[in-house]
Design a protein around this ligand. Structure first.
Ligand SMILES: Nc1ncnc2c1ncn2[C@@H]1O[C@H](COP(=O)(O)OP(=O)(O)OP(=O)(O)O)[C@@H](O)[C@H]1O
Ligand SMILES: [Mg+2]
Length: 429
Protein backbone atom coordinates (compact mmCIF):
# COMPACT_ATOMS: atom_id res chain seq x y z
CA UNK A 1 0.00 0.00 0.00
CA UNK A 2 1.23 3.48 -0.83
CA UNK A 3 2.76 5.51 1.94
CA UNK A 4 2.58 2.70 4.44
CA UNK A 5 5.74 3.93 6.02
CA UNK A 6 4.68 4.00 9.62
CA UNK A 7 6.55 2.31 12.39
CA UNK A 8 5.10 -0.85 13.90
CA UNK A 9 8.29 -2.42 15.16
CA UNK A 10 8.15 -0.32 18.30
CA UNK A 11 5.00 -2.04 19.39
CA UNK A 12 6.99 -4.95 20.65
CA UNK A 13 7.41 -4.52 24.33
CA UNK A 14 10.79 -3.83 25.68
CA UNK A 15 11.87 -1.77 22.68
CA UNK A 16 12.92 1.47 24.19
CA UNK A 17 15.11 3.51 21.92
CA UNK A 18 15.83 7.11 22.54
CA UNK A 19 13.83 7.73 25.67
CA UNK A 20 14.86 10.91 27.27
CA UNK A 21 15.39 10.45 30.95
CA UNK A 22 14.16 13.50 32.75
CA UNK A 23 15.86 15.11 35.66
CA UNK A 24 14.23 14.94 39.08
CA UNK A 25 11.55 12.57 37.94
CA UNK A 26 11.11 9.69 40.25
CA UNK A 27 9.45 6.45 39.37
CA UNK A 28 6.14 7.61 40.81
CA UNK A 29 6.03 10.16 38.06
CA UNK A 30 6.40 7.79 35.19
CA UNK A 31 3.67 6.19 33.17
CA UNK A 32 2.17 3.01 34.52
CA UNK A 33 3.17 0.64 31.77
CA UNK A 34 0.53 -1.75 30.68
CA UNK A 35 0.27 -4.03 27.75
CA UNK A 36 -0.16 -2.24 24.48
CA UNK A 37 -3.84 -2.78 24.90
CA UNK A 38 -5.64 -1.45 27.83
CA UNK A 39 -8.27 -4.14 27.98
CA UNK A 40 -9.26 -3.86 31.59
CA UNK A 41 -9.71 -0.15 31.21
CA UNK A 42 -11.71 -0.21 28.04
CA UNK A 43 -13.91 -3.00 29.33
CA UNK A 44 -15.00 -1.13 32.38
CA UNK A 45 -14.90 2.55 31.83
CA UNK A 46 -17.66 4.63 30.40
CA UNK A 47 -17.28 7.93 28.71
CA UNK A 48 -18.63 10.89 30.51
CA UNK A 49 -18.35 13.03 27.42
CA UNK A 50 -22.08 13.10 26.86
CA UNK A 51 -21.93 12.57 23.12
CA UNK A 52 -19.68 9.56 23.43
CA UNK A 53 -21.50 7.52 26.01
CA UNK A 54 -23.14 4.74 24.09
CA UNK A 55 -23.96 2.42 26.95
CA UNK A 56 -26.22 3.09 29.92
CA UNK A 57 -24.12 4.62 32.68
CA UNK A 58 -25.35 2.10 35.25
CA UNK A 59 -23.90 -0.72 33.18
CA UNK A 60 -20.58 0.93 32.90
CA UNK A 61 -19.84 2.38 36.29
CA UNK A 62 -16.27 2.30 37.37
CA UNK A 63 -16.00 -0.07 40.21
CA UNK A 64 -13.57 -0.11 43.05
CA UNK A 65 -12.87 -3.76 42.38
CA UNK A 66 -11.37 -2.74 39.09
CA UNK A 67 -8.21 -1.07 40.21
CA UNK A 68 -5.83 0.69 37.95
CA UNK A 69 -3.72 -1.96 36.22
CA UNK A 70 -0.35 -2.08 37.91
CA UNK A 71 2.69 -0.67 36.22
CA UNK A 72 4.67 -3.39 34.53
CA UNK A 73 7.81 -1.33 34.51
CA UNK A 74 8.70 2.26 35.02
CA UNK A 75 10.01 3.15 31.59
CA UNK A 76 8.51 5.74 29.33
CA UNK A 77 7.34 4.86 25.85
CA UNK A 78 10.02 5.38 23.30
CA UNK A 79 11.00 8.91 22.43
CA UNK A 80 8.34 10.58 24.55
CA UNK A 81 9.38 13.54 26.66
CA UNK A 82 8.22 13.78 30.23
CA UNK A 83 7.25 17.33 31.18
CA UNK A 84 6.71 18.81 34.60
CA UNK A 85 3.42 20.55 35.26
CA UNK A 86 5.30 23.81 35.79
CA UNK A 87 6.97 23.52 32.37
CA UNK A 88 3.63 23.12 30.62
CA UNK A 89 2.07 25.88 32.69
CA UNK A 90 4.79 28.24 31.50
CA UNK A 91 4.67 26.90 27.92
CA UNK A 92 0.98 27.83 27.67
CA UNK A 93 1.23 31.18 29.48
CA UNK A 94 -0.42 29.78 32.62
CA UNK A 95 -3.06 27.99 30.53
CA UNK A 96 -4.35 31.31 29.31
CA UNK A 97 -7.95 31.22 28.11
CA UNK A 98 -7.00 32.95 24.87
CA UNK A 99 -4.60 30.10 24.05
CA UNK A 100 -7.42 27.53 24.11
CA UNK A 101 -7.54 25.65 20.80
CA UNK A 102 -10.61 23.64 21.62
CA UNK A 103 -12.41 21.63 24.23
CA UNK A 104 -13.29 17.96 24.14
CA UNK A 105 -14.93 15.56 26.54
CA UNK A 106 -11.76 15.29 28.56
CA UNK A 107 -10.68 18.86 28.89
CA UNK A 108 -9.18 21.86 27.17
CA UNK A 109 -6.48 21.90 24.52
CA UNK A 110 -4.05 24.85 24.76
CA UNK A 111 -1.51 26.25 22.34
CA UNK A 112 2.01 26.49 23.74
CA UNK A 113 5.70 26.75 22.90
CA UNK A 114 8.65 24.64 23.98
CA UNK A 115 12.36 24.79 23.27
CA UNK A 116 13.66 22.52 20.54
CA UNK A 117 15.18 19.28 21.84
CA UNK A 118 13.81 19.50 25.33
CA UNK A 119 10.99 20.11 27.73
CA UNK A 120 11.80 23.71 28.66
CA UNK A 121 9.09 26.26 27.90
CA UNK A 122 9.83 28.79 25.16
CA UNK A 123 8.63 32.31 24.49
CA UNK A 124 5.39 32.49 22.48
CA UNK A 125 6.23 32.35 18.80
CA UNK A 126 9.66 30.75 19.31
CA UNK A 127 10.91 27.17 19.52
CA UNK A 128 8.34 24.49 18.68
CA UNK A 129 4.60 25.12 18.73
CA UNK A 130 2.69 22.44 20.60
CA UNK A 131 -0.87 21.57 21.58
CA UNK A 132 -1.23 20.74 25.27
CA UNK A 133 -4.26 18.68 26.25
CA UNK A 134 -5.11 18.93 29.89
CA UNK A 135 -7.40 16.24 31.20
CA UNK A 136 -10.10 17.29 33.62
CA UNK A 137 -9.23 15.79 36.97
CA UNK A 138 -12.08 13.27 36.84
CA UNK A 139 -10.26 10.33 38.36
CA UNK A 140 -9.65 6.87 37.13
CA UNK A 141 -11.52 7.06 33.87
CA UNK A 142 -9.67 10.09 32.54
CA UNK A 143 -6.39 8.60 33.68
CA UNK A 144 -7.12 5.41 31.79
CA UNK A 145 -7.81 7.21 28.56
CA UNK A 146 -4.67 9.21 29.13
CA UNK A 147 -2.68 6.01 29.56
CA UNK A 148 -4.23 4.45 26.46
CA UNK A 149 -3.27 7.56 24.48
CA UNK A 150 0.32 7.47 25.69
CA UNK A 151 0.49 3.73 25.22
CA UNK A 152 -0.71 3.73 21.60
CA UNK A 153 0.59 7.03 20.27
CA UNK A 154 3.89 6.62 22.07
CA UNK A 155 4.54 3.56 19.97
CA UNK A 156 2.73 4.00 16.67
CA UNK A 157 4.35 6.32 14.16
CA UNK A 158 2.94 7.18 10.76
CA UNK A 159 2.56 10.36 8.67
CA UNK A 160 -1.22 10.16 9.14
CA UNK A 161 -1.20 9.83 12.94
CA UNK A 162 -0.69 12.93 15.04
CA UNK A 163 2.66 12.98 16.80
CA UNK A 164 2.62 12.75 20.56
CA UNK A 165 5.65 14.67 21.82
CA UNK A 166 5.30 13.93 25.50
CA UNK A 167 3.20 13.86 28.62
CA UNK A 168 3.00 15.08 32.18
CA UNK A 169 1.86 13.07 35.19
CA UNK A 170 2.04 14.82 38.53
CA UNK A 171 -0.33 14.11 41.41
CA UNK A 172 -3.76 14.22 39.77
CA UNK A 173 -2.57 16.26 36.78
CA UNK A 174 -2.57 14.43 33.45
CA UNK A 175 -1.46 16.27 30.34
CA UNK A 176 -0.48 15.33 26.82
CA UNK A 177 1.75 17.33 24.47
CA UNK A 178 1.18 16.96 20.73
CA UNK A 179 2.62 18.48 17.61
CA UNK A 180 0.56 21.56 16.81
CA UNK A 181 -1.74 21.05 13.85
CA UNK A 182 -2.02 24.45 12.23
CA UNK A 183 -5.42 24.04 10.62
CA UNK A 184 -7.19 22.40 13.53
CA UNK A 185 -9.81 19.73 13.02
CA UNK A 186 -11.74 18.65 9.94
CA UNK A 187 -14.88 19.33 11.95
CA UNK A 188 -13.95 23.01 12.09
CA UNK A 189 -13.40 23.20 8.36
CA UNK A 190 -16.54 21.33 7.37
CA UNK A 191 -19.05 22.76 9.81
CA UNK A 192 -17.82 25.94 11.45
CA UNK A 193 -16.10 27.94 8.74
CA UNK A 194 -17.86 30.19 6.29
CA UNK A 195 -15.44 29.39 3.46
CA UNK A 196 -16.24 25.91 2.14
CA UNK A 197 -13.44 23.36 2.05
CA UNK A 198 -12.58 22.80 -1.66
CA UNK A 199 -13.36 19.44 -3.23
CA UNK A 200 -9.70 18.56 -3.85
CA UNK A 201 -8.89 19.18 -0.17
CA UNK A 202 -11.80 16.98 0.86
CA UNK A 203 -10.45 14.10 -1.23
CA UNK A 204 -6.93 14.61 0.07
CA UNK A 205 -8.14 14.60 3.68
CA UNK A 206 -10.30 11.50 3.16
CA UNK A 207 -7.30 9.74 1.64
CA UNK A 208 -4.93 10.75 4.45
CA UNK A 209 -7.36 9.66 7.14
CA UNK A 210 -7.96 6.37 5.28
CA UNK A 211 -4.22 5.74 5.20
CA UNK A 212 -4.05 6.33 8.94
CA UNK A 213 -6.76 3.74 9.58
CA UNK A 214 -5.25 1.31 7.05
CA UNK A 215 -1.96 1.56 8.92
CA UNK A 216 -3.63 0.79 12.25
CA UNK A 217 -5.55 -2.17 10.81
CA UNK A 218 -2.69 -3.55 8.75
CA UNK A 219 0.06 -3.99 11.30
CA UNK A 220 1.23 -7.20 12.93
CA UNK A 221 -0.88 -6.30 15.98
CA UNK A 222 -3.92 -4.63 14.43
CA UNK A 223 -5.45 -1.75 16.31
CA UNK A 224 -9.09 -0.73 16.10
CA UNK A 225 -9.38 3.03 16.48
CA UNK A 226 -13.03 3.16 17.63
CA UNK A 227 -13.45 6.93 17.61
CA UNK A 228 -13.15 7.92 13.98
CA UNK A 229 -14.92 11.26 13.51
CA UNK A 230 -14.27 14.68 12.03
CA UNK A 231 -13.08 16.26 15.30
CA UNK A 232 -10.38 13.60 15.61
CA UNK A 233 -8.99 14.27 12.14
CA UNK A 234 -6.48 17.10 12.48
CA UNK A 235 -4.97 19.05 9.60
CA UNK A 236 -1.49 20.47 9.16
CA UNK A 237 -0.69 23.60 7.15
CA UNK A 238 -0.94 21.65 3.88
CA UNK A 239 -4.19 19.91 4.78
CA UNK A 240 -2.49 16.59 5.49
CA UNK A 241 -4.84 14.63 7.73
CA UNK A 242 -3.65 13.02 10.96
CA UNK A 243 -5.68 10.95 13.40
CA UNK A 244 -5.62 12.02 17.03
CA UNK A 245 -7.18 10.67 20.24
CA UNK A 246 -6.33 7.06 20.90
CA UNK A 247 -8.06 6.97 24.28
CA UNK A 248 -10.61 4.49 22.96
CA UNK A 249 -8.31 2.48 20.69
CA UNK A 250 -8.26 -1.25 21.20
CA UNK A 251 -6.20 -4.15 19.91
CA UNK A 252 -7.92 -6.10 17.18
CA UNK A 253 -8.75 -9.82 17.37
CA UNK A 254 -5.74 -12.11 17.48
CA UNK A 255 -5.25 -15.49 15.86
CA UNK A 256 -8.44 -17.11 14.60
CA UNK A 257 -10.72 -14.80 16.61
CA UNK A 258 -13.14 -12.82 14.45
CA UNK A 259 -13.85 -10.01 16.90
CA UNK A 260 -13.12 -8.63 20.34
CA UNK A 261 -15.95 -8.17 22.80
CA UNK A 262 -16.10 -4.83 24.53
CA UNK A 263 -18.41 -2.38 26.11
CA UNK A 264 -19.87 -0.07 23.56
CA UNK A 265 -18.11 3.27 23.53
CA UNK A 266 -17.64 5.75 20.76
CA UNK A 267 -19.68 8.60 19.38
CA UNK A 268 -23.33 8.61 18.43
CA UNK A 269 -23.79 8.85 14.72
CA UNK A 270 -20.47 7.19 13.91
CA UNK A 271 -20.57 3.78 15.61
CA UNK A 272 -21.35 0.73 13.47
CA UNK A 273 -24.83 -0.70 14.14
CA UNK A 274 -23.64 -4.29 14.81
CA UNK A 275 -21.11 -3.00 17.34
CA UNK A 276 -23.74 -0.96 19.16
CA UNK A 277 -26.07 -4.00 19.20
CA UNK A 278 -23.61 -6.70 20.23
CA UNK A 279 -20.42 -5.08 21.52
CA UNK A 280 -18.52 -7.18 18.97
CA UNK A 281 -15.72 -5.04 17.65
CA UNK A 282 -13.86 -5.62 14.38
CA UNK A 283 -11.84 -3.38 12.11
CA UNK A 284 -15.00 -3.17 10.00
CA UNK A 285 -16.51 -1.02 12.76
CA UNK A 286 -13.89 1.62 11.88
CA UNK A 287 -14.73 1.18 8.19
CA UNK A 288 -18.36 2.02 8.96
CA UNK A 289 -17.28 5.16 10.85
CA UNK A 290 -15.10 6.05 7.88
CA UNK A 291 -18.19 5.78 5.68
CA UNK A 292 -20.02 8.22 7.95
CA UNK A 293 -17.14 10.72 7.76
CA UNK A 294 -17.00 10.31 3.98
CA UNK A 295 -20.69 11.22 3.86
CA UNK A 296 -20.03 14.28 6.03
CA UNK A 297 -17.23 15.30 3.66
CA UNK A 298 -19.52 14.82 0.65
CA UNK A 299 -22.59 16.54 2.06
CA UNK A 300 -21.24 19.10 4.53
CA UNK A 301 -23.83 17.75 6.98
CA UNK A 302 -23.12 16.48 10.48
CA UNK A 303 -23.60 12.78 11.24
CA UNK A 304 -26.21 13.81 13.81
CA UNK A 305 -27.90 17.19 13.60
CA UNK A 306 -30.82 17.89 15.89
CA UNK A 307 -31.36 21.25 14.21
CA UNK A 308 -32.49 19.62 10.97
CA UNK A 309 -36.05 18.49 10.27
CA UNK A 310 -36.89 15.01 11.53
CA UNK A 311 -35.96 12.55 8.80
CA UNK A 312 -32.77 14.47 8.11
CA UNK A 313 -31.20 14.41 11.57
CA UNK A 314 -29.40 11.10 11.12
CA UNK A 315 -27.15 11.58 8.13
CA UNK A 316 -26.78 7.91 7.18
CA UNK A 317 -30.52 7.25 7.31
CA UNK A 318 -31.22 10.38 5.27
CA UNK A 319 -28.50 9.76 2.67
CA UNK A 320 -29.01 6.03 2.02
CA UNK A 321 -31.78 6.38 -0.59
CA UNK A 322 -29.73 8.98 -2.48
CA UNK A 323 -26.61 6.83 -2.42
CA UNK A 324 -28.52 3.94 -3.89
CA UNK A 325 -29.88 5.94 -6.84
CA UNK A 326 -27.41 7.22 -9.44
CA UNK A 327 -29.80 9.92 -10.62
CA UNK A 328 -30.10 11.37 -7.15
CA UNK A 329 -26.44 11.34 -6.16
CA UNK A 330 -25.79 14.95 -6.90
CA UNK A 331 -28.47 16.04 -4.46
CA UNK A 332 -26.11 14.88 -1.73
CA UNK A 333 -23.28 17.24 -2.61
CA UNK A 334 -22.53 20.02 -0.12
CA UNK A 335 -24.44 22.98 -1.61
CA UNK A 336 -21.68 25.33 -0.54
CA UNK A 337 -19.44 23.74 -3.17
CA UNK A 338 -21.86 25.03 -5.82
CA UNK A 339 -20.58 23.34 -9.00
CA UNK A 340 -16.95 23.09 -7.89
CA UNK A 341 -16.68 19.33 -7.54
CA UNK A 342 -15.70 16.43 -9.76
CA UNK A 343 -18.68 14.62 -11.30
CA UNK A 344 -16.94 11.25 -11.39
CA UNK A 345 -15.48 11.96 -7.94
CA UNK A 346 -18.96 12.34 -6.48
CA UNK A 347 -20.01 9.04 -8.06
CA UNK A 348 -16.98 7.20 -6.71
CA UNK A 349 -17.13 8.74 -3.24
CA UNK A 350 -20.85 7.94 -2.99
CA UNK A 351 -20.24 4.35 -4.07
CA UNK A 352 -17.43 4.02 -1.54
CA UNK A 353 -19.51 5.52 1.26
CA UNK A 354 -22.37 3.17 0.34
CA UNK A 355 -20.05 0.15 0.57
CA UNK A 356 -18.46 1.30 3.86
CA UNK A 357 -21.92 1.79 5.34
CA UNK A 358 -23.13 -1.68 4.37
CA UNK A 359 -25.23 -3.19 7.14
CA UNK A 360 -23.27 -6.43 6.73
CA UNK A 361 -19.76 -5.78 8.09
CA UNK A 362 -18.28 -8.49 5.87
CA UNK A 363 -19.46 -6.64 2.76
CA UNK A 364 -17.60 -3.50 3.76
CA UNK A 365 -14.24 -2.94 2.08
CA UNK A 366 -10.98 -3.08 4.03
CA UNK A 367 -9.23 0.22 4.64
CA UNK A 368 -6.53 -0.83 2.18
CA UNK A 369 -9.24 -1.15 -0.48
CA UNK A 370 -10.64 2.24 0.53
CA UNK A 371 -7.20 3.82 0.08
CA UNK A 372 -6.87 2.22 -3.36
CA UNK A 373 -10.27 3.55 -4.37
CA UNK A 374 -9.49 7.08 -3.20
CA UNK A 375 -6.05 7.51 -4.76
CA UNK A 376 -7.24 8.03 -8.37
CA UNK A 377 -9.88 10.55 -7.25
CA UNK A 378 -7.13 13.09 -6.55
CA UNK A 379 -6.47 13.53 -10.26
CA UNK A 380 -10.01 14.00 -11.56
CA UNK A 381 -10.58 17.32 -13.31
CA UNK A 382 -14.13 16.80 -14.58
CA UNK A 383 -15.57 19.64 -12.56
CA UNK A 384 -19.32 20.07 -12.64
CA UNK A 385 -18.88 23.76 -13.37
CA UNK A 386 -17.01 22.93 -16.60
CA UNK A 387 -19.69 20.52 -17.70
CA UNK A 388 -22.30 23.14 -16.86
CA UNK A 389 -20.54 25.79 -18.97
CA UNK A 390 -20.08 23.49 -21.92
CA UNK A 391 -23.76 22.50 -21.79
CA UNK A 392 -24.66 26.12 -21.57
CA UNK A 393 -22.66 27.11 -24.62
CA UNK A 394 -23.85 24.07 -26.60
CA UNK A 395 -27.45 24.94 -25.87
CA UNK A 396 -26.87 28.57 -26.65
CA UNK A 397 -25.31 27.64 -30.01
CA UNK A 398 -28.18 25.33 -30.84
CA UNK A 399 -30.72 27.96 -29.89
CA UNK A 400 -28.96 30.63 -31.88
CA UNK A 401 -29.06 28.39 -34.94
CA UNK A 402 -32.75 27.62 -34.68
CA UNK A 403 -34.19 30.83 -33.28
CA UNK A 404 -31.73 33.44 -34.46
CA UNK A 405 -31.68 36.17 -31.85
CA UNK A 406 -33.09 34.30 -28.84
CA UNK A 407 -31.72 35.79 -25.64
CA UNK A 408 -28.86 33.96 -23.97
CA UNK A 409 -30.29 34.36 -20.49
CA UNK A 410 -33.37 32.26 -21.28
CA UNK A 411 -31.11 29.45 -22.43
CA UNK A 412 -29.13 29.71 -19.26
CA UNK A 413 -32.06 29.47 -16.89
CA UNK A 414 -33.56 26.57 -18.83
CA UNK A 415 -30.30 24.68 -18.80
CA UNK A 416 -30.09 25.11 -15.04
CA UNK A 417 -33.57 23.70 -14.57
CA UNK A 418 -32.95 20.79 -16.91
CA UNK A 419 -29.51 19.87 -15.73
CA UNK A 420 -29.34 16.63 -13.74
CA UNK A 421 -26.61 18.31 -11.75
CA UNK A 422 -28.77 21.02 -10.38
CA UNK A 423 -31.34 19.39 -8.25
CA UNK A 424 -30.66 21.50 -5.20
CA UNK A 425 -31.91 25.06 -5.15
CA UNK A 426 -28.78 26.43 -3.54
CA UNK A 427 -26.67 25.30 -6.47
CA UNK A 428 -28.99 26.95 -8.96
CA UNK A 429 -27.69 30.45 -8.47
N1 LIG B 1 -2.62 18.74 18.10
C1 LIG B 1 -3.54 19.70 17.94
N2 LIG B 1 -3.27 20.80 17.21
C2 LIG B 1 -4.19 21.77 17.04
N3 LIG B 1 -5.44 21.71 17.54
C3 LIG B 1 -5.78 20.64 18.27
C4 LIG B 1 -4.87 19.58 18.53
N4 LIG B 1 -5.49 18.63 19.26
C5 LIG B 1 -6.74 19.08 19.48
N5 LIG B 1 -6.93 20.29 18.89
C6 LIG B 1 -8.15 21.10 18.90
O1 LIG B 1 -8.81 20.92 20.12
C7 LIG B 1 -10.14 20.41 19.88
C8 LIG B 1 -10.53 19.49 21.03
O2 LIG B 1 -9.84 18.29 20.89
P1 LIG B 1 -10.21 17.01 21.75
O3 LIG B 1 -9.51 15.87 21.11
O4 LIG B 1 -9.89 17.30 23.16
O5 LIG B 1 -11.77 16.87 21.67
P2 LIG B 1 -12.75 16.49 20.48
O6 LIG B 1 -12.05 15.52 19.57
O7 LIG B 1 -13.25 17.75 19.83
O8 LIG B 1 -13.95 15.80 21.22
P3 LIG B 1 -13.98 14.40 21.94
O9 LIG B 1 -13.62 14.63 23.35
O10 LIG B 1 -15.38 13.94 21.79
O11 LIG B 1 -12.99 13.52 21.25
C9 LIG B 1 -10.06 19.76 18.51
O12 LIG B 1 -11.30 19.69 17.88
C10 LIG B 1 -9.09 20.67 17.77
O13 LIG B 1 -9.78 21.78 17.25
MG1 LIG C 1 -10.50 14.50 19.80
Amino acid sequence: MENKCGCWALLKRGVRGACKPSASRDSANTIPRTSLVYDAATETRYLNASNRELCPPNEAKLSSDNPDPPPTDNKSPCQLLQFTFQELKSATGNFRPDSILGEGGFGYVFKGWIEENGTAPAKPGSGITVAVKSLKPDGLQGHREWVAEVDFLGQLHHPNLVKLIGYCIEDDQRLLVYEFMTRGSLENHLFRRTIPLPWSNRIMIALGAAKGLAFLHGGPEPVIYRDFKTSNILLDSEYNAKLSDFGLAKAGPQGDKTHVSTRVVGTYGYAAPEYVMTGHLTSKSDVYSFGVVLLEILTGRRSMDKKRPSGEQNLVAWARPYLADKRKLYQLVDPRLELHYSLKGVQKVSQLAYNCLSRDPKSRPTMDEVVKALIPLQDLNDLAILSYHSRLSQQARRKKKSEGTQQHTNAASKSIRDSPLNTSKQRCR
